[in-house]
Design a protein around this ligand. Structure first.
Ligand code: P61
Length: 470
């Protein structure tokens, strides 16, 4: 590791400690299993951590999606649910919060992120279109393809290299955008999908400078920028930490500055917004909003609830206010970095820089003896569960799926295991236990064998695929 990147990663957390900006009012007991029980459980789950029962999991780092702890204020919000079929008071609270913090004029609620992606893809993409994005996300790309579009990756090359310490690996490569416009023409590009803290790249942010350049480029060519706003508040926090000129701006200001450079968004509120369910589509264009409102009644629910209960919309409106608090983000991302540093110090290969919501193990570097079509990351996730009851998620060849043109596995450069931290749920001691377990598995990495896929569903196969050990 070179000195510069080392100090960069240390910068924000080593010189002064952070503490959780809350205290604990209610707890949920955890159950530890025996190794024999876990071997049986993972066998029954077809070596797929998605198929484990949560009761058989000790520390659940499968995802940060819908797994965060709500505050007492959010729980109080649930009691204020106005469950009218239409025109619920909570919808208007949520619309006010989205207008205030994100700045988009029109809000169309959905049951979660993929509901919004479905609607946006249907109303914006025509068959034969190309949809550029800063790396694919599983559900996002699938909805683009189901609408007849083709996803085109326009993220910078560094994002595909787990060892690159570029501080903004979520940036768009403007040359790739330019090449796409040159090849297919701007009229076959309905929008660019821009994600903050790019999930599949390791939770890597884009910079404001890059977004400003992208905005100028897209204005010139008449291409809208549609934000995947799922983890944009975490992205804003990184801009504040890392980008020149932003240290004195608030996360809240930076969030608005990001959104003001975009035309609309899809949102999975189950991440940044500290709720267990929910999402939305938002935009500034009235015609687009009318189309989305019309589509939402077909697939989700009336345009003032879109698949959510009134109480869920209230909890989300409160969650937005809590998510932009500096002390929340500093503890949230600080905890991810605490775990990541422990693994780096122990010599475990992880994606660098450490990202927003998870620590990603580099399974390709850990298990060079396992061919990618024998799913090394899937095998490593299963082994970590057997070792310590810790549940993680494969983010590699299984997640990437097959290329629709050739039918072959995509074999992505990133073959990762994601240790994802729910917000406000686990303690620093849980991180210590997790790090010890990962180091233990890493020491015995040469004993780990690959897996054979024995059941493969057609869509989003990683959720339900089954494997057998070789
Ligand atoms: C996750 F294994 N993420 O990270 P929905 N955009 C982005 C997401 O991260 C996201 C959605 C849209 C999940 C849940 C999940 O391959 C998987 O509310 C950046 O989940 O519908 C979701 O939002 C979709 C896990 C989704 C996966 C797809 O754990």
């Amino acid at each position: 590791m070179n000195a510069e990147s080392h100090s960069h990663e240390h910068h924000s957390h080593e010189h002064h400690s952070w503490a959780e900006p809350y205290k604990i009012k209610m707890v949920e007991l955890l159950r530890m299993t025996t190794r024999a029980e876990r071997e049986q459980a993972i066998l029954e789950a077809g070596y797929n951590t998605f198929l484990l029962r949560s009761e058989d999991v000790y520390i659940d780092l499968l995802t940060d999606s819908g797994t965060s702890a709500m505050s007492d204020r959010q729980w109080a919000g649930l009691m204020m649910g106005d469950e009218a079929y239409s025109g619920s008071r909570n919808f208007y609270h949520l619309q006010d919060a989205v207008r205030e913090f994100y700045g988009y004029k029109y809000l169309v609620p959905t049951h979660q992120g993929r509901g919004a992606e479905h609607i946006m893809s249907k109303i914006m993409i025509k068959p034969g279109d190309y949809v550029p994005g800063n790396m694919y996300f599983t559900t996002t790309r699938l909805h683009q393809e189901l609408a007849g579009g083709a996803f085109v990756d326009v993220i910078i090359d560094e994002a595909h290299d787990p060892a690159s310490t570029h501080p903004f690996k979520g940036n768009v490569d403007l040359r790739k955008m330019d090449a796409l416009v040159g090849k297919v023409g701007a009229d076959r590009i309905p929008y660019i999908s821009l994600e903050g803290c790019v999930n599949m790249a390791g939770g890597q942010p884009f910079s404001m400078a890059n977004l400003r350049e992208l905005h100028a480029f897209c204005r010139r060519h008449g291409i809208p920028i549609m934000l995947d706003a799922t983890r944009t508040i975490e992205n804003a926090w990184f801009i504040r930490q890392r980008e020149e000129g932003y240290a004195d701006k608030s996360v809240r200001q930076i969030l608005r500055e990001i959104c003001d450079l975009t035309d609309g968004c899809t949102m999975s509120a189950k991440k940044d917004l500290l709720v267990n369910i929910g999402g939305f589509f938002a935009c500034n264009d009235e015609q687009l909003c009318l189309k989305a409102q019309n589509m939402v009644v077909v697939y989700e629910g009336l345009h003032t609830y879109g698949g959510m209960a009134g109480r869920d919309m209230e909890a989300m409106a409160i969650g937005i206010q809590e998510a932009v608090m500096e002390e929340h983000q500093s503890a949230r991302i600080g905890q991810v970095h605490y775990l990541g540093r422990k693994l780096l110090d122990a010599g475990v290969p992880i994606v660098r820089p450490i990202g927003s919501h998870a620590v990603f193990l580099d399974a390709r570097a850990c298990l060079p003896h396992i061919d990618q079509d024998l799913y090394p990351a899937q095998a490593l996730a299963a082994q970590l569960y057997i070792e310590a009851g810790i549940r993680s998620m494969e983010r590699g060849n299984v997640s990437a799926g097959r290329d629709p043109a050739t039918g072959n596995n995509r074999r992505p450069n990133l073959e990762l295991v994601r240790l994802t931290l729910p917000r406000r749920v686990y303690t620093q001691a849980h991180m210590d236990v997790t790090a010890e377990a990962v180091v233990e598995v890493y020491k015995r990495r040469n004993e780990i064998r690959g897996l054979k896929m024995v059941y493969e569903p057609e869509y989003l196969r990683f959720f339900q695929a089954r494997f057998e050990p070789l």
